[in-house]
Design a binder for this molecule. Structure first.
Ligand SMILES: [Zn+2]
Length: 424
């Protein structure tokens, strides 16, 4: 039985673009796609894009352990408002997701979420980078992506063993590569601005040397590797060359690394402090080129909620990271230089494929789960930090007017967001 029709939108998916109505059935699946369709309930999509829901490969939901900053529920609500129907929740919680017990706990919390919450485990026990966590035990519970977060696994032999074991299990190791010793406790990109502001910098080489090592280990082990948060031109070039040479690697970039540079740190505003740090104009240009030529597969938010009292510390003491889920689509549409369809590839079907999520990112066609986003690519809106669904408000976009607004999000056929408002 049909439940609702999304009427008159521009449907964009992996198969292309057409104007069509989309009927969603009571079973949460797409029942019909065509012209002149009707259903008991009608959602107007005139002037809007209708697409597979967005998929975030990289979100920090802070639960368990830092529920005052974010929870699975509040983070998933922020995601739904941003058009996401799935996200991968990172394992750097407290305690970390490094075994079956915490995996089960977060999977249980995910039952109350407003989108599919996919649990990522850590690669090493306690995220200490010394010995592997019980990956098989977590894989048995459905975990497919493992990441230690932070600067990643520093010990070469531990990283090699992680890739070998992940290859045996058929799971993916995701890593943001940064040599901790080269990063040297820096606070922003090492360059003209770090010198001018008198703050210790993080050289591009800290990332590039680790990316080079990880690509070499991916080649040695034959295991597919996912690189998180590329931020430098040199890292993009390393990935491009490795892929051309047949290394199994995928990569992501954040919306903020496509939009901002280290110059935005000029006023010591800690909202811009993130890891890896914001880089230079040349790096931003290389990231955009890498996304356009598909060296970089996906845009991922690295959504990182922090309490005001933490972000209000001085620049050298404040924690790294910013919110991303509610603004990712609009920032990507403006900052990537890509067409709407290419932005959707990077935010929906490419990340769905990397995460192996069969119910996400697929074509808008009969029988598929109705995980859909409806957004107006021309609608302007102003980011009001204290009105965001996230429990935290740390975004440098507060007060900014963005173009591209999510109108409706459907998850398994349920309208979790209607006219820009979360429904639960
Ligand atoms: Zn992260």
């Amino acid at each position: 039985m049909s439940e609702l029709v999304i009427a008159g939108g521009r449907v964009i998916d992996v198969d292309g673009e057409r104007t069509a109505d989309v009927v969603v059935g009571a079973d949460g699946r797409i029942e019909a796609v065509g012209e002149g369709l009707t259903a008991p309930r009608r959602l107007d999509a005139a002037g809007c894009v209708v697409a597979p829901g967005l998929v975030d490969l990289h979100a920090h939901l802070r639960q368990p352990g830092r529920e005052e900053a974010e929870t699975v529920e509040s983070g998933s609500r922020a995601a739904a408002l941003g058009g996401f129907t799935a996200l991968v929740a990172m394992g750097d919680t407290d305690p970390p997701i490094d075994g079956a017990a915490v995996v089960r706990e977060v999977q249980h919390l995910a039952r109350g979420a407003l989108c599919e919450v996919v649990v990522a485990g850590t690669v090493t026990a306690g995220r200490r980078g010394e010995r592997l966590a019980p990956l098989a035990e977590m894989a048995d519970l459905g975990v497919r992506i493992f990441s230690d977060c932070g600067p990643g696994i520093q010990d070469d032999a531990v990283m090699r063993r992680a890739l070998e074991y992940a290859g045996d299990l058929g799971v993916t190791v995701a890593q943001r590569g940064e040599h901790a010793t080269l990063a040297g406790g820096g606070h922003l990109h090492e360059g003209a601005w770090s010198t001018r502001l008198g703050l210790a910098g993080i050289p591009a080489l800290a990332e590039e040397s680790m990316v080079a090592r990880d690509l070499a280990l991916a080649r040695l082990t034959g295991t597919r590797l996912h690189l998180q948060c590329l931020s430098t031109a040199g890292a993009v070039e390393l990935v491009r060359a490795a892929r051309a040479d047949g290394v199994g690697v995928t990569a992501e970039v954040t919306p903020h690394h496509l939009r901002f540079t280290d110059a935005d740190c000029a006023e010591f505003d800690t909202a811009y402090k993130c890891a890896p740090p914001l880089r230079t104009d040349d790096d931003v240009a290389a990231l955009r080129t890498g996304l356009a030529d598909r060296t970089i597969d996906a845009v991922a938010t690295d959504h990182a909620p922090h309490l005001p009292e933490d972000k209000e510390r001085t620049f050298d003491e404040a924690p790294c990271g910013m919110l991303g889920l509610e603004t990712a689509l609009a920032v990507s549409l403006a900052a990537s230089g890509l067409s709407v369809a290419e932005v959707l590839r990077a935010l929906s079907w490419a990340p769905a494929a990397i995460a192996g999520l069969e119910d996400q990112g697929g074509p808008v066609s009969v029988g598929r789960p109705a995980n859909l986003v409806v957004f107006d690519p021309a609608a302007a809106w102003t980011v009001e930090a204290d009105r965001l669904a996230s429990r935290s408000h740390n975004t440098p976009l507060a007060g900014c007017t963005l173009t591209g607004k999510v109108r409706h999000t459907l998850w398994r056929g349920e309208p979790v967001v209607l006219d820009g408002e979360a429904q639960r």
